[in-house]
Design a protein around this ligand. Structure first.
Ligand code: AMP
Ligand code: ZN
Ligand code: FE
Ligand code: FE
Length: 281
């Protein structure tokens, strides 16, 4: 089973990279993507949990914004982790997430919610890319909401008045940076409409021109109809089709291996990286 999109405590997952790999082994995953938001901080620890039955596709999920303000997530897999341009792009995003969080906390305070930046930092593991799920966890510990899902539904969704963006590359820039670092780019859950406004089908050509390699078709936030349209786009544009869990430990209901990628689609994707970077033991 191939699951190319998971999160750990290096971003907004609730389990360490070591635990995610061990759980993937128990779940029968044979190729696992480690794709924390805007960081490669979990790569080394994930490798320390390796066993012969599992291979790792190390990567990151890059938060992007289109010029017209639509939030897009781009999975970068198999890039050179030492690439300076890539690490600069990831660091810029992480750095601006701190003032962005302060702004969100201030907006909530102004609306009467008793929450502080210290509460959010206390809810965020060391090394973690700071994100809305940590703010959600702080709101849960303050008993303002009951869980992350309720925090997002009521206060933190993309159209909320408390939502603030952080510095993000455009999807085209993210793809170019991933490819320049030797990796492959897969657009994550592009039609996940319940999260907010999504890309229009017409926008895919620009992404393909920038070097897009695949589309995450099978993902729980996309309906069967949305998945059908996306697989047609993928076939038409000769892009690899992936499926994945977007596992976040206890932070979401998503379970490892609940959506998977076919071996031939994986091979098509992997062959487009500029070096063989899959990690085996
Ligand atoms: P941020 O990167 O700080 O804008 O936060 C976005 C993250 O919030 C994404 O990784 C999502 O996985 C997570 N997220 C979005 N909606 C929900 C939800 N309803 N419950 C839990 N996590 C969510
Ligand atoms: Zn996440
Ligand atoms: Fe995502
Ligand atoms: Fe994700």
């Amino acid at each position: 089973m191939i699951d190319l999109h998971t999160h750990s405590t290096c971003s907004d997952g609730t389990e360490s990279p070591f635990t995610v790999v061990k759980k993937a082994l128990s779940a029968g995953i044979t190729i696992l993507g480690i794709t924390d938001h805007d960081t490669t901080a979990g790569w080394n620890e994930a490798q320390s949990a390796m066993a012969p039955q599992i291979q790792l596709a190390l990567g990151a999920e890059i938060s992007c914004l289109t010029d017209d303000g639509i939030s897009v997530h781009m999975l970068g897999l198999l890039f050179d982790g030492e690439n300076e341009q890539m690490q600069r792009m990831l660091a810029d995003s992480r750095d601006t997430r701190v003032p962005r969080m302060r702004k969100m906390v201030t907006l909530l305070q102004e609306a009467g919610y008793e929450i502080t930046m210290e509460d959010v930092l206390a809810a965020s593991p060391d090394q973690a890319t700071l994100g809305r799920p940590h703010l959600a966890d702080a709101l849960v510990s303050k008993k303002i909401v009951k869980d992350r899902a309720e925090a997002f539904a009521q206060l933190l969704h993309n159209d909320s008045k408390f939502y603030v963006t952080h510095l993000s590359p455009t999807p085209v820039d993210a793809i170019k940076t991933i490819r320049a670092a030797g990796g492959v780019a897969v657009i994550a859950h592009p039609f996940a409409s319940r999260r907010g406004q999504t890309l229009r089908a017409e926008s895919f050509q620009d992404l393909v021109d920038a070097g897009l390699n695949g589309i995450e078709v099978h993902h729980r936030d996309q309906s069967p109809d949305e998945q059908h349209i996306l697989s047609e786009i993928a076939v038409e544009m000769n892009l690899a089709i992936t499926g994945s869990s977007d596992y976040h430990g206890a932070g979401k209901v998503n379970q490892l291996g609940e959506n998977t990628t076919h071996l031939d689609e994986w091979e098509k994707l992997e062959s487009q990286a500029n070096a063989r970077r899959v990690i085996s033991k």
